[in-house]
Design a protein around this ligand. Structure first.
Ligand code: GLU
Length: 466
């Protein structure tokens, strides 16, 4: 069996879009599953629209998702001499020809065709020209067959066929000497030995033209798999109107790459009714046959659900590392307070995003903070003062300031004072965290440590006494 070779071929005209990321992921997965190669090719022949910034953004997005490539990045802009060579080859073989029709001539023919109810198509004026028209600008056109059918078995969509009659004699080189998109894609895929092309289904109409070029050049035609597009909830093509479409925006909104990968793969691919897939699972289970024919609908709630799953089950050491920049945005340097890994362990059960994790962690590191007004009005009553004092005494007597010891102290306090946990819990929570929602207070106290717990309780007591 020849080696399976796949590629992702983004045009660097913007960031890595979720649709592009999914295409990259499908290619990557198939390459990894088949033990083949995954190649990255930057399609930057449109010099006016391509930027280095976009290249960097795309590479960042791929690295963040963990889609490592085996070859490349190759840049089409480095390949102009190669494209030129192939144009010459086709010209020499009579499989391409120079067309001297001017833009105005073509436009008026187009208009006439439209007026007469015909589909506009190049009329072949220069097809049979012999001899050069020296000094006159020209484009190079591919001499496409004028009858017959060009078809292919799409690995996702099934048989797709076009009447050659419908296809124009494609321009492969513009009058300024630059090659055109459909041509360079074929030269690259052919010379890079790409065996399967997985790409968005907005390219279906390009495929027959490309197949004819493979045939004319004598290269084997790869398999094609055209992935249906991604829609927003209103069933229109996913766009900024539906929310963020840049993969890196999701990182900034606190999503984990494994959640994003899991989410993206399921936007089109399924495996029974399973939802959670590790990267290894995916490499083992992924197949093009299980990519659906209908468009996937982007569902932010499901992404959030998956993210919550991965945070909850994530390695706290890794999460702590990822959390640092989010804390920095909140003016928090975790070196100034309790161990961040211990902090994460108290919060990861409930946080759905890294932003929620960061928001939840801030109170551990703030020495001064305001109490939530409503909660304070409700729970910080004068009768709480003796309870704080009794608690401080109990905590001071603990031999080990651990979760279980702290819990036992609270139990004993409730018995002695004949109160319920509901009477002491909320005011203590306010003293420690500023509000009434937080992880378990035993956990919070253990993580804050004896001295800081004491300081926060005394601070609340002082405020209470006003
Ligand atoms: N550069 C094209 C795009 O970004 C992809 C072409 C291809 O995959 O064949 O849409």
């Amino acid at each position: 069996m020849p080696e399976v070779r796949l590629r992702f071929a983004p045009s660097p005209t913007g960031y890595l879009h979720v649709g592009g990321a999914r295409t990259a992921l499908f290619n990557w997965l198939l390459a990894r599953k088949e033990g083949g190669k995954f190649i990255l090719r930057i399609e930057d022949t449109d010099v006016a629209r391509s930027t280095q910034e976009s290249v960097d953004a795309i590479l960042d997005g791929m690295r963040w998702l963990g889609l490592d490539w085996d070859e490349g990045p190759f840049y089409q802009s480095d390949n102009f001499p190669l494209y030129k060579e192939f144009v010459e080859k086709l010209l020499a073989a009579g499989k391409a020809y120079k067309c001297y029709c001017t833009a105005e001539e073509l436009e008026s023919k187009r208009e006439r065709a439209l007026q007469e109810g015909r589909k506009p198509k190049y009329d072949g004026t220069c097809r049979e020209l012999t001899g050069e028209q020296a000094g006159k600008p020209y484009v190079v056109r591919f001499r496409a067959p004028q009858d017959g059918v060009t078809g292919f078995d799409d690995l996702i969509k099934g048989r797709i066929a076009f009447n050659n009659e419908e296809l124009d004699d494609l321009i492969i080189q513009r009058s300024d000497g630059t090659p055109t998109y459909n041509f360079v894609v074929v030269i690259d895929d052919a010379t890079m030995g790409i065996t399967t092309v997985i790409r968005g289904d907005d390219h279906v109409n390009n495929t027959p033209r490309q197949i004819l070029l493979y045939e004319a050049l004598g290269y084997p035609v790869p398999h094609f798999a055209h992935v249906p597009m991604i829609l927003g909830a209103d069933k229109t093509r996913l766009s900024k109107r539906h929310g963020a479409t840049s993969v890196m925006a999701y990182r900034d909104m606190g999503f984990l790459p494994e959640a994003m990968v899991n989410y993206l793969v399921r936007l089109g691919w399924s495996y029974g009714d399973e939802e959670i897939f590790s990267r290894d699972d995916l490499v083992e289970k992924f197949s093009i046959e299980n990519v659906g024919r209908s468009a996937g609908v982007f569902n932010p709630d499901k992404l959030l659900w998956l993210n919550a799953h991965y945070i909850k089950n994530g390695d706290p050491v890794r999460l702590a590392g990822l959390l640092v920049p989010f804390l920095a945005e909140r003016g928090v340097d975790p070196a100034t307070g309790p161990d961040l890994v211990a902090v994460v362990k108290t919060l990861q059960e409930r946080a759905r995003t890294m932003l929620e994790l960061a928001d939840g962690a801030v109170f551990y590191y703030r020495r001064e903070f305001d109490y939530d007004e409503q909660a304070a009005a409700k729970f910080l009553k004068p009768e709480v003062a003796p309870l704080y004092e009794a608690l401080l005494a109990k905590l001071a007597a603990l031999s080990s300031f651990s979760h279980d010891g702290i819990e036992a102290a609270f139990k004993a306090l409730c018995e002695e004072q004949v109160i319920k946990m509901g009477q002491i819990g909320p005011p203590v929570r306010i003293a420690l965290c500023g509000g009434t929602t937080s992880p378990s207070i035993y956990e919070v106290m253990e993580v804050l440590g004896a001295a800081e717990t004491q300081r926060r309780l005394e601070r609340a007591l002082t405020k209470l006494r006003g």
